[in-house]
Design a protein around this ligand. Structure first.
Ligand SMILES: Cc1ncc(COP(=O)(O)O)c(C=O)c1O
Length: 346
């Protein structure tokens, strides 16, 4: 039996929850069900943006400009997150193996749209929590000997640089940097800097697609082609790119690409991904492991032993990787959805 005091505490908690819940849900209900039609942008730009503004919970007297840290998710994404909870929290699966726990399934319904959005195959994508985590997977997963070098720029974000600093402290690899001119004049200038800085020990070239300090867009395609021609792995920190610039990782030709769709794509907080080019999957060990990590994955039971080994070793593409929640991934799908329609891709 609840005593009076515990009953009051419990009901106060409930009232607080409802008080918190109702304005949020009421605000979401008020938001127009659909995003404004693209044609309105041509007809009346101000009306288009005013309608779009209603999709956000940001107070009306506030202007939010810090998507570079994290974006505010609009109503369709928030609704999708709640739908995700609605689906997963019922726990009505017959087979415990089907419970919505991460780490045991391929989650193709989430990796598929993301792969279509960034231009690669589904199995080249791992869902992670942010670019920092994906960068850590890269640094942790590549075999390097003491004295082997990673070459990066002097404008890397701490979430890109420090995974390598950790590896340097732990395993004796060497972090080397090129100093980017401010401003950068052209692609050739950057390419020259990297060309002069590589040595016989350079194993990885790591750089931001868009740097955090100056916002310069580095020549990702040229640097990736250059690295490949020298037998060096290319890993790109594209934290800022999804939602900011059109992205096609296969066209860039890099070996690995990390990003944070919770910035400019306004996906749920804790949405990140890692792309690993299929051909280099066997160069990256997984960081996260559970039972069966070295067996054929359940979604491809007939995989050849070679591809099973590659999949299970891949820090990026194995489903047995760390990942955001299902509801976050449901929200990520909603954030991507408008970009997969023809009109939004113009
Ligand atoms: C280039 C770059 N990489 C990584 C990060 C870290 O992003 P996150 O916190 O989403 O991992 C940032 C953050 O601004 C960044 O600018």
């Amino acid at each position: 039996m609840l005593d009076r005091r515990r009953f009051l505490t419990a009901t106060t908690g409930l009232a607080a929850t409802l008080a918190f819940r109702s304005p949020l849900l009421a605000q979401l209900e008020k938001a127009p069900a659909n995003l404004p039609d693209h044609s309105l942008l041509d007809k009346n730009e101000d009306a288009y943006w005013a309608e779009l503004r209603q999709q956000f919970l940001i107070p009306a007297d506030e202007i939010y400009l810090n998507n570079g840290t994290v974006g505010s998710s609009p109503a369709p994404v928030l609704r999708a997150i709640f739908d995700g909870y609605n689906t997963t929290e019922k726990m009505d699966q017959q087979d415990p193996e089907d419970y919505p726990i991460w780490g045991y399934a391929a989650w193709n319904e989430f990796r598929g749209p993301l792969a279509a959005f960034v231009g690669c195959n589904r199995d080249e994508i791992a869902l992670l929590r942010n670019a920092t985590e994906a960068n850590s997977y890269i640094a942790n997963g590549i075999d390097m000997k003491p004295g082997d070098e990673v070459l990066m720029t002097d404008q890397e974000h701490p979430g890109g640089e420090h995974p390598w600093n950790l590896k340097a402290k732990r395993y004796g690899i060497v972090v080397r940097k090129v100093t980017l001119p401010r401003p950068v004049k052209n692609a050739a200038q950057v390419l020259n800097l990297f060309n002069h800085a590589i040595t016989a020990r350079t194993r990885v070239i790591f750089f931001s697609h868009i740097t955090t300090f100056s916002g310069v867009v580095l020549p990702a395609k040229e640097l990736s082609t250059f690295a490949r021609s020298k037998g060096i792995l290319s890993a790109i920190d594209g934290a800022h790119v999804p939602g900011m610039m059109r992205l096609n990782v296969r066209d860039i030709g890099c070996d690995m690409y990390s990003a944070s769709p919770h910035k400019w794509l306004m996906a749920p907080k804790g949405s990140g991904f890692l792309y690993v080019r299929d051909e280099v999957i066997d160069r990256l060990w997984n960081t996260n492991a559970t039972e069966g990590w070295d067996e054929s994955p359940s979604f491809a039971p007939n995989a050849s032993s070679e591809s099973a080994a590659r999949t299970s070793r891949c820090g990026g593409c194995a489903p047995r990787s760390s990942s955001p929640t299902i509801s976050d991934s449901t929200g990520l799908n909603a954030a991507i959805a408008p970009w997969l329609t023809t009109s939004s891709r113009k």
